[in-house]
Write a protein that binds this ligand. Structure first.
Ligand SMILES: Nc1ncnc2c1ncn2[C@@H]1O[C@H](COP(=O)(O)OP(=O)(O)OP(=O)(O)O)[C@@H](O)[C@H]1O
Ligand SMILES: [Mg+2]
Length: 351
């Protein structure tokens, strides 16, 4: 029997709908974030009455529903009315004013962005949006390299609500006064879910994702407990998905405690953020680290330059720091004869 016959021959998958375990999946109902969603909706409400909306800084630790709750509200808004434009973008990916403005044009359905500069594109945006109103959500706002786009939106778009999303409330501390005073941000803190809430959310997700009855009770209990302990739903979803994968490796028709234990052992090396969200240059540097793990940062920079990398050493260092802060890679300080240096390493499970 061929390799695939062997693998596929063992009957159906345990997973009914793989997409439902994807981090981008938006469930129809979002339990335990009702209050936050109502608050976001309240900030948008003035736009329905021809007034301008309120602006929010949404903050809190990773994996606790900031992005999904915002997207959920925006989706409901789109279903409700055509009179308000809805723009959502992630600033890891679109990290300069120019890229952001091109993306906004794209989302507004303007197809002729090529060969136009930021000024020209911004005029297009104002022209389209000022006929109606708009909600702008900028996720991972702390990753953006300049805030010119924000200043322009504040100055030139009349009826709008702006949501800024970040893990770091302290991002506000360094905010340019001109922007801060125009934004008049309100703050919404997303607090981590408690253990019961995490368990309920994961159990709810099971219904979408798995064939009924494939989870042994004690296996599910372990997965839920571990997720509750780390207070982060994204890691919880990783455990569910990885446990199913482990069970399928042994062609088991049930997901058992041992499978969950294996999944949990991989958790340390799991990158909590989604690497597809990284913009091109970050992807490039991330790729170099994976290929050259364990090198000193200076040597890595040389490799970067040999591969046509254009950033200065300082910028390169900052990007390595950001990748490390978000647990895509790890760095450690080393003291040697030549002084201190940083060793840059990939995660063990990255290939
Ligand atoms: N209340 C909830 N109900 C169902 N799924 C949820 C809920 N909260 C979070 N999730 C799921 O958990 C995962 C992480 O949530 P989300 O991406 O919104 O986190 P986040 O707070 O934006 O984290 P980060 O700061 O890392 O971006 C997503 O897959 C999301 O669908
Ligand atoms: Mg998020």
């Amino acid at each position: 029997m061929g390799t695939f016959d062997d693998i596929l021959g063992h009957g159906e998958s345990l997973v009914k709908n793989e997409d439902a375990l994807d981090f981008e999946f938006i469930p129809k109902i979002l339990p335990h974030r009702e209050k936050e969603q109502r608050y976001l909706a309240t900030c948008i409400k003035p736009l329905f009455m021809e007034r301008t909306g309120r602006n929010l800084l949404i903050h809190g630790p990773p994996g606790i529903g900031k992005t999904v709750a915002t997207k959920h509200v925006l989706k409901e808004l789109e279903d409700k009315t055509d009179d308000i434009h809805v723009i959502y973008l992630n600033c890891w990916q679109k990290n300069t004013s120019y890229k952001i403005v091109v993306e906004i044009c794209d989302q507004l359905g303007f197809k002729f962005s090529q060969n136009k500069n930021t000024d020209e594109l911004f005029k297009v945006i104002a022209q389209i949006v000022n006929k109606k109103a708009a909600v702008f959500a900028f996720d991972e706002i702390d990753k953006v390299e300049d805030l010119d786009f924000l200043y322009r939106l504040l100055e030139n778009i009349y009826k709008k609500t702006i949501f800024l999303i970040t893990n770091y409330k302290s991002w506000l501390d360094d905010l340019d006064e001109r922007i801060r005073s125009r934004l008049t941000l309100e703050l919404v803190e997303f607090k981590p879910y408690n253990a019961l809430e995490v368990k309920a959310i994961l159990k709810d997700r099971l219904k979408y994702a798995f064939v009924p009855g494939v989870w042994e009770d004690d296996a599910l209990e372990l997965a839920a407990n571990k997720s509750a302990e780390i207070k982060d739903v994204r890691s919880g979803l990783f455990i569910l998905k990885e446990s199913a994968f482990q069970a399928e490796l042994t062609a088991s028709r049930k997901i058992q405690r041992g499978d969950v234990e294996k999944a949990i052992s991989k958790l340390d090396n799991f990158t909590i953020k989604n690497s597809e969200d990284l913009e091109e240059e970050m992807q490039f540097i991330y790729g170099l680290v994976k290929e050259n793990s364990g090198k000193k940062i200076g040597d890595l920079f040389e490799i970067y330059q040999q591969n046509e990398g254009k950033s200065s050493y300082k910028t390169f260092q900052r990007k390595i720091e950001k990748l490390s802060e978000n647990k895509f890679i790890s760095t450690k300080k080393q003291t040697g004869a030549g002084g201190n240096t940083t060793i840059v390493e990939k995660k063990l499970t990255d290939f």
